[in-house]
Ligand binder design. Structure first.
Ligand code: GLC
Length: 552
Protein backbone atom coordinates (compact mmCIF):
# COMPACT_ATOMS: atom_id res chain seq x y z
CA UNK A 1 0.00 0.00 0.00
CA UNK A 2 1.33 3.46 -0.82
CA UNK A 3 1.17 6.39 1.55
CA UNK A 4 -1.39 8.04 -0.69
CA UNK A 5 -3.71 5.03 -0.45
CA UNK A 6 -3.33 4.90 3.29
CA UNK A 7 -4.35 8.47 3.88
CA UNK A 8 -7.37 8.38 1.60
CA UNK A 9 -10.47 8.77 3.66
CA UNK A 10 -13.09 6.11 3.38
CA UNK A 11 -16.62 7.49 3.72
CA UNK A 12 -18.04 7.31 7.21
CA UNK A 13 -14.71 6.67 8.88
CA UNK A 14 -14.95 9.89 10.78
CA UNK A 15 -12.00 9.24 13.09
CA UNK A 16 -9.52 9.25 10.19
CA UNK A 17 -9.56 13.04 9.89
CA UNK A 18 -11.29 14.12 13.11
CA UNK A 19 -10.18 16.88 15.43
CA UNK A 20 -10.92 15.41 18.83
CA UNK A 21 -11.22 17.75 21.81
CA UNK A 22 -10.41 16.37 25.25
CA UNK A 23 -12.72 17.45 28.05
CA UNK A 24 -11.31 16.94 31.51
CA UNK A 25 -14.68 16.94 33.33
CA UNK A 26 -13.26 18.24 36.62
CA UNK A 27 -12.07 21.44 35.02
CA UNK A 28 -14.19 22.35 32.01
CA UNK A 29 -17.29 23.94 33.54
CA UNK A 30 -19.07 23.58 36.86
CA UNK A 31 -22.86 23.44 36.57
CA UNK A 32 -23.76 23.20 40.28
CA UNK A 33 -21.30 25.58 41.89
CA UNK A 34 -19.45 23.06 44.07
CA UNK A 35 -16.11 23.91 42.47
CA UNK A 36 -15.87 20.64 40.58
CA UNK A 37 -16.68 20.55 36.86
CA UNK A 38 -19.61 18.34 35.82
CA UNK A 39 -21.64 17.21 32.81
CA UNK A 40 -24.34 19.83 33.30
CA UNK A 41 -21.56 22.40 33.10
CA UNK A 42 -20.31 20.79 29.88
CA UNK A 43 -23.77 20.76 28.38
CA UNK A 44 -24.18 24.47 29.08
CA UNK A 45 -20.97 25.28 27.23
CA UNK A 46 -21.18 22.84 24.35
CA UNK A 47 -22.02 25.44 21.69
CA UNK A 48 -18.61 27.02 22.22
CA UNK A 49 -17.03 23.76 21.06
CA UNK A 50 -19.09 23.36 17.94
CA UNK A 51 -18.31 27.00 17.19
CA UNK A 52 -14.61 26.20 17.58
CA UNK A 53 -14.93 23.71 14.75
CA UNK A 54 -13.97 20.40 16.36
CA UNK A 55 -15.48 17.06 15.32
CA UNK A 56 -15.55 15.00 18.50
CA UNK A 57 -15.20 15.16 22.26
CA UNK A 58 -13.27 12.72 24.40
CA UNK A 59 -14.32 12.77 28.05
CA UNK A 60 -11.72 11.82 30.65
CA UNK A 61 -13.40 9.45 33.16
CA UNK A 62 -16.63 10.51 34.84
CA UNK A 63 -17.49 7.07 36.25
CA UNK A 64 -17.97 6.34 39.96
CA UNK A 65 -14.63 6.68 41.66
CA UNK A 66 -13.04 7.52 44.99
CA UNK A 67 -11.02 10.06 42.94
CA UNK A 68 -7.63 8.96 44.22
CA UNK A 69 -6.30 9.48 40.70
CA UNK A 70 -8.83 12.02 39.44
CA UNK A 71 -11.26 9.39 38.20
CA UNK A 72 -8.74 6.97 36.68
CA UNK A 73 -9.57 4.75 39.65
CA UNK A 74 -13.01 3.43 38.75
CA UNK A 75 -15.27 1.74 41.29
CA UNK A 76 -18.27 1.34 38.96
CA UNK A 77 -17.71 1.29 35.20
CA UNK A 78 -21.36 1.70 34.30
CA UNK A 79 -22.45 4.61 36.43
CA UNK A 80 -21.46 8.22 36.85
CA UNK A 81 -19.78 9.61 39.90
CA UNK A 82 -22.24 11.97 41.61
CA UNK A 83 -19.50 14.61 41.42
CA UNK A 84 -20.11 14.74 37.66
CA UNK A 85 -23.81 13.97 37.51
CA UNK A 86 -26.04 11.05 36.57
CA UNK A 87 -26.46 8.68 33.65
CA UNK A 88 -29.34 10.90 32.54
CA UNK A 89 -26.93 13.84 32.43
CA UNK A 90 -24.69 11.74 30.22
CA UNK A 91 -27.59 10.90 27.89
CA UNK A 92 -28.51 14.53 27.73
CA UNK A 93 -25.00 15.84 26.94
CA UNK A 94 -24.55 13.04 24.40
CA UNK A 95 -27.77 13.88 22.62
CA UNK A 96 -26.94 17.59 22.55
CA UNK A 97 -23.45 16.82 21.22
CA UNK A 98 -24.96 14.65 18.49
CA UNK A 99 -27.41 17.41 17.59
CA UNK A 100 -24.44 19.74 17.21
CA UNK A 101 -22.71 17.18 14.97
CA UNK A 102 -20.12 16.17 17.57
CA UNK A 103 -19.12 12.57 18.28
CA UNK A 104 -18.58 11.52 21.90
CA UNK A 105 -15.75 9.29 23.08
CA UNK A 106 -15.69 7.77 26.55
CA UNK A 107 -12.57 6.87 28.55
CA UNK A 108 -12.18 3.16 29.31
CA UNK A 109 -9.81 2.21 32.13
CA UNK A 110 -9.18 -1.54 31.76
CA UNK A 111 -5.71 -1.92 33.27
CA UNK A 112 -6.82 -1.40 36.85
CA UNK A 113 -9.87 -0.65 38.91
CA UNK A 114 -10.21 1.28 42.11
CA UNK A 115 -9.42 -0.66 45.27
CA UNK A 116 -13.05 0.19 46.15
CA UNK A 117 -14.38 -1.79 43.17
CA UNK A 118 -16.62 -4.69 44.34
CA UNK A 119 -14.39 -7.15 42.46
CA UNK A 120 -11.32 -6.08 44.41
CA UNK A 121 -13.16 -6.00 47.69
CA UNK A 122 -14.42 -9.52 47.00
CA UNK A 123 -10.85 -10.58 46.19
CA UNK A 124 -9.58 -9.26 49.51
CA UNK A 125 -12.37 -11.04 51.39
CA UNK A 126 -12.07 -14.35 49.58
CA UNK A 127 -8.47 -15.08 50.51
CA UNK A 128 -5.38 -16.61 49.01
CA UNK A 129 -5.76 -18.85 45.95
CA UNK A 130 -9.48 -18.09 45.51
CA UNK A 131 -11.12 -17.49 42.09
CA UNK A 132 -11.93 -13.96 43.31
CA UNK A 133 -8.23 -13.18 43.78
CA UNK A 134 -7.50 -14.29 40.24
CA UNK A 135 -9.19 -11.15 38.87
CA UNK A 136 -6.12 -9.25 40.06
CA UNK A 137 -2.41 -9.96 40.50
CA UNK A 138 -1.93 -11.27 44.02
CA UNK A 139 1.37 -12.95 44.92
CA UNK A 140 3.43 -14.04 47.88
CA UNK A 141 6.40 -11.88 48.73
CA UNK A 142 10.08 -12.71 48.76
CA UNK A 143 12.29 -12.95 51.85
CA UNK A 144 12.02 -15.22 54.87
CA UNK A 145 8.49 -14.16 55.77
CA UNK A 146 7.43 -12.88 52.40
CA UNK A 147 8.17 -9.40 53.67
CA UNK A 148 9.71 -8.22 50.38
CA UNK A 149 7.65 -7.41 47.26
CA UNK A 150 7.36 -10.23 44.70
CA UNK A 151 9.52 -8.33 42.21
CA UNK A 152 11.27 -4.99 41.69
CA UNK A 153 8.62 -3.22 39.57
CA UNK A 154 8.14 0.47 40.26
CA UNK A 155 4.88 2.40 40.29
CA UNK A 156 4.59 5.10 37.60
CA UNK A 157 3.72 7.47 40.44
CA UNK A 158 6.84 6.53 42.44
CA UNK A 159 7.70 3.83 44.98
CA UNK A 160 7.16 0.06 44.66
CA UNK A 161 4.36 -1.31 42.47
CA UNK A 162 3.24 -3.72 45.21
CA UNK A 163 1.28 -3.31 48.43
CA UNK A 164 1.02 -5.93 51.15
CA UNK A 165 -2.30 -6.88 52.68
CA UNK A 166 -3.22 -8.31 56.08
CA UNK A 167 -2.90 -11.97 55.15
CA UNK A 168 0.67 -11.41 53.93
CA UNK A 169 0.05 -11.49 50.18
CA UNK A 170 0.91 -8.57 47.92
CA UNK A 171 -1.09 -7.05 45.07
CA UNK A 172 0.26 -5.34 42.00
CA UNK A 173 -0.48 -1.72 41.09
CA UNK A 174 1.49 -0.12 38.29
CA UNK A 175 -0.03 3.18 39.43
CA UNK A 176 -1.29 4.16 42.89
CA UNK A 177 -1.93 1.57 45.61
CA UNK A 178 -5.62 2.49 45.20
CA UNK A 179 -5.45 1.17 41.60
CA UNK A 180 -4.92 -2.62 41.63
CA UNK A 181 -4.04 -4.09 38.21
CA UNK A 182 -6.49 -6.54 36.68
CA UNK A 183 -5.21 -9.97 35.69
CA UNK A 184 -6.08 -10.15 32.00
CA UNK A 185 -4.94 -13.77 32.02
CA UNK A 186 -8.33 -14.48 33.60
CA UNK A 187 -10.98 -14.73 30.83
CA UNK A 188 -13.61 -13.39 33.24
CA UNK A 189 -11.87 -10.01 33.16
CA UNK A 190 -12.23 -9.83 29.40
CA UNK A 191 -15.91 -10.81 29.62
CA UNK A 192 -16.46 -8.12 32.21
CA UNK A 193 -14.93 -5.41 30.01
CA UNK A 194 -16.81 -6.50 26.91
CA UNK A 195 -19.93 -5.87 28.96
CA UNK A 196 -18.66 -2.40 29.86
CA UNK A 197 -17.98 -1.60 26.20
CA UNK A 198 -21.48 -2.70 25.21
CA UNK A 199 -23.03 -0.66 27.99
CA UNK A 200 -21.62 2.62 26.65
CA UNK A 201 -22.04 1.66 22.99
CA UNK A 202 -25.70 0.82 23.61
CA UNK A 203 -26.09 4.24 25.22
CA UNK A 204 -24.82 5.83 22.04
CA UNK A 205 -21.14 6.55 22.72
CA UNK A 206 -19.15 6.82 19.49
CA UNK A 207 -16.08 5.15 20.84
CA UNK A 208 -13.41 4.85 23.50
CA UNK A 209 -10.07 6.18 24.47
CA UNK A 210 -8.39 3.22 26.15
CA UNK A 211 -6.27 4.07 29.16
CA UNK A 212 -2.73 2.64 29.54
CA UNK A 213 -3.58 0.22 26.80
CA UNK A 214 0.00 -1.07 26.73
CA UNK A 215 0.03 -2.44 30.27
CA UNK A 216 -2.78 -4.99 30.24
CA UNK A 217 -0.66 -8.11 29.85
CA UNK A 218 2.21 -8.90 32.19
CA UNK A 219 4.98 -11.34 31.32
CA UNK A 220 4.21 -14.74 32.89
CA UNK A 221 6.14 -15.25 36.10
CA UNK A 222 6.30 -11.47 36.62
CA UNK A 223 10.11 -11.30 36.27
CA UNK A 224 12.16 -8.37 37.61
CA UNK A 225 12.77 -5.45 35.26
CA UNK A 226 16.35 -4.79 34.22
CA UNK A 227 16.05 -1.05 34.60
CA UNK A 228 14.17 0.45 37.52
CA UNK A 229 12.02 3.15 36.01
CA UNK A 230 8.76 4.90 36.73
CA UNK A 231 8.37 5.99 33.13
CA UNK A 232 5.39 5.02 30.95
CA UNK A 233 7.77 3.59 28.37
CA UNK A 234 9.71 1.53 30.89
CA UNK A 235 13.02 3.23 30.29
CA UNK A 236 14.61 6.48 31.34
CA UNK A 237 17.65 5.97 29.15
CA UNK A 238 16.47 4.67 25.79
CA UNK A 239 12.70 4.57 25.44
CA UNK A 240 13.11 3.14 21.95
CA UNK A 241 14.72 0.02 23.30
CA UNK A 242 13.27 -2.90 21.33
CA UNK A 243 13.70 -5.35 24.24
CA UNK A 244 10.48 -6.80 25.62
CA UNK A 245 9.44 -5.16 28.88
CA UNK A 246 7.62 -7.34 31.43
CA UNK A 247 4.65 -5.01 31.82
CA UNK A 248 4.69 -2.57 28.92
CA UNK A 249 3.74 -3.60 25.39
CA UNK A 250 3.64 -7.38 25.79
CA UNK A 251 2.62 -9.23 22.59
CA UNK A 252 -0.41 -10.81 24.28
CA UNK A 253 -2.08 -7.40 24.39
CA UNK A 254 -2.90 -7.73 20.70
CA UNK A 255 -5.39 -10.55 21.37
CA UNK A 256 -7.21 -8.33 23.85
CA UNK A 257 -7.35 -5.50 21.35
CA UNK A 258 -8.81 -7.82 18.71
CA UNK A 259 -11.45 -8.86 21.23
CA UNK A 260 -12.35 -5.20 21.86
CA UNK A 261 -12.44 -4.60 18.12
CA UNK A 262 -14.92 -7.41 17.55
CA UNK A 263 -17.30 -5.85 20.05
CA UNK A 264 -16.89 -2.38 18.54
CA UNK A 265 -17.52 -3.77 15.06
CA UNK A 266 -20.91 -5.07 16.17
CA UNK A 267 -21.92 -1.39 16.09
CA UNK A 268 -21.91 1.12 13.25
CA UNK A 269 -19.23 3.69 12.89
CA UNK A 270 -17.60 3.51 16.31
CA UNK A 271 -13.88 3.83 16.97
CA UNK A 272 -11.31 3.40 19.68
CA UNK A 273 -7.97 5.05 20.34
CA UNK A 274 -5.14 3.62 22.39
CA UNK A 275 -3.19 5.47 25.01
CA UNK A 276 -0.04 3.45 24.63
CA UNK A 277 3.39 4.87 25.25
CA UNK A 278 5.07 2.53 22.81
CA UNK A 279 8.20 3.53 20.97
CA UNK A 280 9.45 3.41 18.29
CA UNK A 281 6.51 4.21 16.02
CA UNK A 282 7.14 1.07 13.95
CA UNK A 283 6.11 -0.91 17.03
CA UNK A 284 3.25 1.43 17.86
CA UNK A 285 1.84 0.97 14.35
CA UNK A 286 1.15 -2.69 15.12
CA UNK A 287 -1.52 -1.50 17.51
CA UNK A 288 -3.55 0.04 14.73
CA UNK A 289 -3.56 -2.84 12.27
CA UNK A 290 -6.84 -3.46 10.51
CA UNK A 291 -8.39 -5.58 13.26
CA UNK A 292 -6.97 -3.66 16.25
CA UNK A 293 -7.34 -0.02 17.43
CA UNK A 294 -8.58 2.57 14.94
CA UNK A 295 -5.94 4.99 16.07
CA UNK A 296 -3.30 5.52 18.74
CA UNK A 297 -1.94 8.65 20.37
CA UNK A 298 1.28 9.78 18.77
CA UNK A 299 3.35 10.44 21.87
CA UNK A 300 6.53 10.58 19.88
CA UNK A 301 5.13 13.67 18.17
CA UNK A 302 4.09 15.14 21.53
CA UNK A 303 7.59 14.60 22.90
CA UNK A 304 9.28 16.31 19.96
CA UNK A 305 10.80 19.69 20.62
CA UNK A 306 10.23 22.73 18.39
CA UNK A 307 13.09 21.92 16.08
CA UNK A 308 12.84 21.74 12.30
CA UNK A 309 14.90 18.68 11.52
CA UNK A 310 13.53 16.49 14.28
CA UNK A 311 9.93 17.53 13.59
CA UNK A 312 10.27 16.64 9.92
CA UNK A 313 11.68 13.23 10.80
CA UNK A 314 8.84 12.46 13.22
CA UNK A 315 6.16 13.55 10.76
CA UNK A 316 7.71 11.36 8.05
CA UNK A 317 8.09 8.43 10.40
CA UNK A 318 4.49 8.78 11.61
CA UNK A 319 2.95 8.99 8.15
CA UNK A 320 5.07 6.12 6.94
CA UNK A 321 4.57 3.74 9.86
CA UNK A 322 0.85 4.34 10.42
CA UNK A 323 0.27 4.56 6.67
CA UNK A 324 1.97 1.19 6.16
CA UNK A 325 -0.79 -0.50 8.17
CA UNK A 326 -3.56 1.58 6.61
CA UNK A 327 -4.19 3.71 9.70
CA UNK A 328 -4.35 7.49 9.92
CA UNK A 329 -1.62 9.17 11.89
CA UNK A 330 -2.68 11.15 14.92
CA UNK A 331 -1.09 14.30 16.32
CA UNK A 332 -1.19 15.71 19.80
CA UNK A 333 0.62 18.39 21.80
CA UNK A 334 -1.17 18.53 25.15
CA UNK A 335 -3.29 16.43 27.48
CA UNK A 336 -4.07 16.07 31.19
CA UNK A 337 -0.81 14.20 31.91
CA UNK A 338 1.76 16.54 30.39
CA UNK A 339 2.86 20.13 30.83
CA UNK A 340 0.68 22.30 28.58
CA UNK A 341 2.58 22.79 25.34
CA UNK A 342 2.69 26.59 25.38
CA UNK A 343 4.65 26.26 28.61
CA UNK A 344 6.57 23.09 27.81
CA UNK A 345 7.96 24.31 24.52
CA UNK A 346 9.43 27.44 26.10
CA UNK A 347 11.97 25.30 27.96
CA UNK A 348 15.23 24.02 26.56
CA UNK A 349 15.31 21.22 29.14
CA UNK A 350 11.77 19.93 29.54
CA UNK A 351 10.96 18.24 32.87
CA UNK A 352 10.26 14.53 32.55
CA UNK A 353 6.71 13.47 31.63
CA UNK A 354 4.56 13.49 34.75
CA UNK A 355 7.01 15.45 36.90
CA UNK A 356 5.38 18.84 36.48
CA UNK A 357 6.57 22.33 37.35
CA UNK A 358 6.28 23.83 40.81
CA UNK A 359 7.13 27.25 42.30
CA UNK A 360 10.73 26.14 42.98
CA UNK A 361 11.39 25.24 39.36
CA UNK A 362 12.83 27.85 36.96
CA UNK A 363 9.73 29.69 35.73
CA UNK A 364 8.81 29.74 32.03
CA UNK A 365 9.21 32.61 29.58
CA UNK A 366 5.50 33.21 28.92
CA UNK A 367 5.89 35.29 25.77
CA UNK A 368 8.27 32.80 24.19
CA UNK A 369 5.95 29.96 25.12
CA UNK A 370 2.96 31.69 23.52
CA UNK A 371 4.89 32.31 20.33
CA UNK A 372 6.19 28.77 19.97
CA UNK A 373 3.01 27.16 21.28
CA UNK A 374 0.79 28.90 18.74
CA UNK A 375 3.22 28.07 15.96
CA UNK A 376 3.35 24.41 17.02
CA UNK A 377 -0.47 24.23 16.96
CA UNK A 378 -0.67 25.80 13.50
CA UNK A 379 2.00 23.41 12.24
CA UNK A 380 0.14 20.40 13.66
CA UNK A 381 -3.34 21.30 12.47
CA UNK A 382 -2.26 21.37 8.83
CA UNK A 383 -1.09 17.76 8.91
CA UNK A 384 -3.17 14.96 7.39
CA UNK A 385 -4.81 12.59 9.86
CA UNK A 386 -6.53 13.16 13.16
CA UNK A 387 -5.54 15.71 15.81
CA UNK A 388 -6.23 15.81 19.52
CA UNK A 389 -6.72 19.08 21.39
CA UNK A 390 -6.75 19.47 25.15
CA UNK A 391 -9.31 21.83 26.71
CA UNK A 392 -7.91 25.33 27.10
CA UNK A 393 -5.22 25.03 24.46
CA UNK A 394 -7.49 26.94 22.08
CA UNK A 395 -7.07 29.82 24.54
CA UNK A 396 -3.28 29.46 24.60
CA UNK A 397 -3.70 28.53 28.27
CA UNK A 398 -0.37 28.05 30.03
CA UNK A 399 0.45 25.57 32.77
CA UNK A 400 -0.14 26.74 36.35
CA UNK A 401 3.51 26.66 37.40
CA UNK A 402 3.29 28.18 40.88
CA UNK A 403 0.65 25.96 42.47
CA UNK A 404 1.41 25.65 46.19
CA UNK A 405 1.94 22.19 47.69
CA UNK A 406 -1.17 22.45 49.89
CA UNK A 407 -3.38 22.25 46.77
CA UNK A 408 -1.64 19.34 45.08
CA UNK A 409 -3.81 16.29 44.39
CA UNK A 410 -1.83 14.15 41.96
CA UNK A 411 -0.78 10.87 43.65
CA UNK A 412 2.69 11.40 42.14
CA UNK A 413 3.18 14.30 44.54
CA UNK A 414 2.34 12.18 47.58
CA UNK A 415 4.14 9.02 46.50
CA UNK A 416 7.38 10.93 45.88
CA UNK A 417 6.98 13.15 48.97
CA UNK A 418 6.81 16.20 46.76
CA UNK A 419 9.98 15.43 44.83
CA UNK A 420 7.91 15.21 41.63
CA UNK A 421 5.12 17.77 41.87
CA UNK A 422 2.98 15.94 39.34
CA UNK A 423 0.32 16.87 36.83
CA UNK A 424 -2.04 19.26 38.63
CA UNK A 425 -0.63 22.29 36.80
CA UNK A 426 -2.29 21.30 33.51
CA UNK A 427 -5.60 20.36 35.17
CA UNK A 428 -6.63 23.72 36.58
CA UNK A 429 -10.20 24.84 35.71
CA UNK A 430 -10.27 26.83 32.50
CA UNK A 431 -11.31 30.52 32.24
CA UNK A 432 -14.47 31.56 30.39
CA UNK A 433 -15.24 35.11 31.45
CA UNK A 434 -12.53 37.40 32.79
CA UNK A 435 -14.75 39.29 35.20
CA UNK A 436 -16.87 36.47 36.60
CA UNK A 437 -16.18 34.43 39.76
CA UNK A 438 -13.62 31.69 39.04
CA UNK A 439 -13.35 33.30 35.58
CA UNK A 440 -16.74 31.83 34.73
CA UNK A 441 -15.81 28.24 35.62
CA UNK A 442 -18.34 28.17 38.46
CA UNK A 443 -20.97 30.68 39.52
CA UNK A 444 -19.97 30.49 43.18
CA UNK A 445 -16.32 31.22 42.46
CA UNK A 446 -15.30 27.83 43.81
CA UNK A 447 -12.61 25.91 42.00
CA UNK A 448 -11.14 22.55 43.08
CA UNK A 449 -7.69 23.83 42.14
CA UNK A 450 -7.02 27.55 42.45
CA UNK A 451 -6.67 29.39 39.14
CA UNK A 452 -3.63 31.62 38.73
CA UNK A 453 -4.28 35.32 38.19
CA UNK A 454 -2.79 35.25 34.70
CA UNK A 455 -5.69 33.02 33.54
CA UNK A 456 -7.89 36.14 33.49
CA UNK A 457 -6.18 37.45 30.36
CA UNK A 458 -6.69 34.10 28.61
CA UNK A 459 -10.45 34.03 29.26
CA UNK A 460 -12.60 33.08 26.30
CA UNK A 461 -14.61 36.32 26.37
CA UNK A 462 -11.41 38.38 26.11
CA UNK A 463 -10.48 36.50 22.93
CA UNK A 464 -13.83 35.99 21.26
CA UNK A 465 -13.92 37.99 18.04
CA UNK A 466 -10.51 39.55 18.70
CA UNK A 467 -8.38 39.26 15.56
CA UNK A 468 -5.06 37.57 16.27
CA UNK A 469 -6.22 36.02 19.58
CA UNK A 470 -5.35 32.38 20.05
CA UNK A 471 -9.04 31.45 20.09
CA UNK A 472 -9.65 33.12 16.72
CA UNK A 473 -6.43 31.54 15.41
CA UNK A 474 -7.69 28.05 16.30
CA UNK A 475 -11.08 28.78 14.74
CA UNK A 476 -9.47 29.86 11.50
CA UNK A 477 -7.10 26.91 11.47
CA UNK A 478 -9.94 24.46 12.05
CA UNK A 479 -12.16 26.10 9.50
CA UNK A 480 -9.53 26.11 6.73
CA UNK A 481 -8.49 22.63 7.73
CA UNK A 482 -12.03 21.49 7.05
CA UNK A 483 -12.72 23.53 3.91
CA UNK A 484 -9.47 22.29 2.36
CA UNK A 485 -10.00 18.69 3.56
CA UNK A 486 -6.53 18.68 5.14
CA UNK A 487 -7.38 15.78 7.44
CA UNK A 488 -7.75 13.56 4.38
CA UNK A 489 -4.94 15.10 2.40
CA UNK A 490 -1.40 14.10 1.52
CA UNK A 491 1.72 15.77 2.78
CA UNK A 492 4.44 16.83 0.39
CA UNK A 493 7.51 18.64 1.73
CA UNK A 494 8.70 21.66 -0.24
CA UNK A 495 12.35 20.71 -0.04
CA UNK A 496 13.65 24.14 -1.07
CA UNK A 497 12.03 25.56 2.08
CA UNK A 498 13.11 22.74 4.39
CA UNK A 499 16.31 23.85 6.08
CA UNK A 500 17.77 23.65 9.59
CA UNK A 501 15.53 26.54 10.58
CA UNK A 502 12.49 26.38 8.29
CA UNK A 503 9.95 23.81 7.13
CA UNK A 504 7.24 23.92 4.49
CA UNK A 505 4.75 21.32 3.39
CA UNK A 506 1.90 21.24 0.96
CA UNK A 507 -1.33 19.51 1.90
CA UNK A 508 -4.06 19.65 -0.75
CA UNK A 509 -4.19 23.30 -1.79
CA UNK A 510 -2.61 24.72 1.36
CA UNK A 511 1.06 25.48 1.88
CA UNK A 512 2.13 25.46 5.54
CA UNK A 513 5.34 27.39 6.20
CA UNK A 514 7.12 27.35 9.58
CA UNK A 515 10.03 29.50 10.64
CA UNK A 516 12.01 28.23 13.62
CA UNK A 517 14.31 31.28 13.52
CA UNK A 518 16.34 33.19 14.47
CA UNK A 519 16.13 35.07 11.14
CA UNK A 520 12.93 36.10 9.42
CA UNK A 521 11.86 34.33 6.27
CA UNK A 522 10.54 35.77 3.00
CA UNK A 523 7.16 34.13 2.42
CA UNK A 524 6.32 32.61 -0.94
CA UNK A 525 3.65 34.39 -3.01
CA UNK A 526 0.03 33.57 -2.32
CA UNK A 527 -3.00 34.50 -0.27
CA UNK A 528 -2.26 34.13 3.44
CA UNK A 529 -5.14 32.18 4.91
CA UNK A 530 -3.96 32.32 8.46
CA UNK A 531 -0.83 33.21 10.37
CA UNK A 532 0.27 32.96 13.99
CA UNK A 533 2.03 36.30 13.64
CA UNK A 534 0.39 38.90 15.89
CA UNK A 535 1.55 41.81 13.80
CA UNK A 536 -0.64 41.21 10.79
CA UNK A 537 0.87 44.21 9.02
CA UNK A 538 4.21 42.50 8.36
CA UNK A 539 3.58 41.49 4.81
CA UNK A 540 5.61 38.93 2.92
CA UNK A 541 7.77 38.12 5.92
CA UNK A 542 7.50 35.38 8.51
CA UNK A 543 9.24 36.14 11.80
CA UNK A 544 10.90 33.46 13.93
CA UNK A 545 8.68 30.91 15.68
CA UNK A 546 5.76 31.71 13.42
CA UNK A 547 3.69 29.68 10.98
CA UNK A 548 1.63 30.77 7.97
CA UNK A 549 -0.91 28.91 5.85
CA UNK A 550 -0.92 30.05 2.24
CA UNK A 551 -3.54 29.20 -0.37
CA UNK A 552 -2.01 27.63 -3.46
C1 GLC B 1 -3.28 7.23 32.07
C2 GLC B 1 -4.05 8.50 32.37
C3 GLC B 1 -3.50 9.10 33.62
C4 GLC B 1 -3.69 8.12 34.76
C5 GLC B 1 -3.06 6.78 34.42
C6 GLC B 1 -3.53 5.71 35.35
O1 GLC B 1 -1.98 7.48 31.75
O2 GLC B 1 -3.99 9.35 31.27
O3 GLC B 1 -4.09 10.31 33.92
O4 GLC B 1 -3.12 8.62 35.92
O5 GLC B 1 -3.41 6.35 33.13
O6 GLC B 1 -4.86 5.38 35.07
Amino acid sequence: MTLADASTNAPGKWWRNAVIYQIYPRSFADGNGDGMGDLKGVEGRLESLSELGIDAIWFSPFMSSPQKDAGYDVSDYTDLDPLFGTLEDFDSVLSKAHDLGLKVIVDLVPNHSSSEHPLFKAALRAGKGSPERSYYHFADGKGEDGELPPNNWQSVFGGPAWTRIDDGQWYLHIFDSSQPDFNWGNPEVEKFFHGVLRFWLDRGADGFRVDVAHALIKEPGLPDVEELSSSMTGSDSDPKDEKAHPHWGQEGVHDIIRGFRKVIDEYDNRAMAAEAWILPLSKMAKWVREDEYHQAFNFEYLATEWEAKRLKEVVDESLFEFGAVGAPSTWVLSNHDVIRHVTRLSYKEIPKQGDGIGPDYPQPDEAKGQRIGRAASAFMLGLPGSSYLYQGEELGLPEHTTLESEYRQDPTFFRTKGERVGRDGCRVPIPWEADSPAFGFSETGKSWLPQPENYRGYSRDRQQGVAGSTLELYKRLLSFRKSNALGDGNLEWIESLCTDSTLAYKNNSVLVVANFGPDSLALPEGEILVTTQHDLSIEGVLEHDQVAWIKL
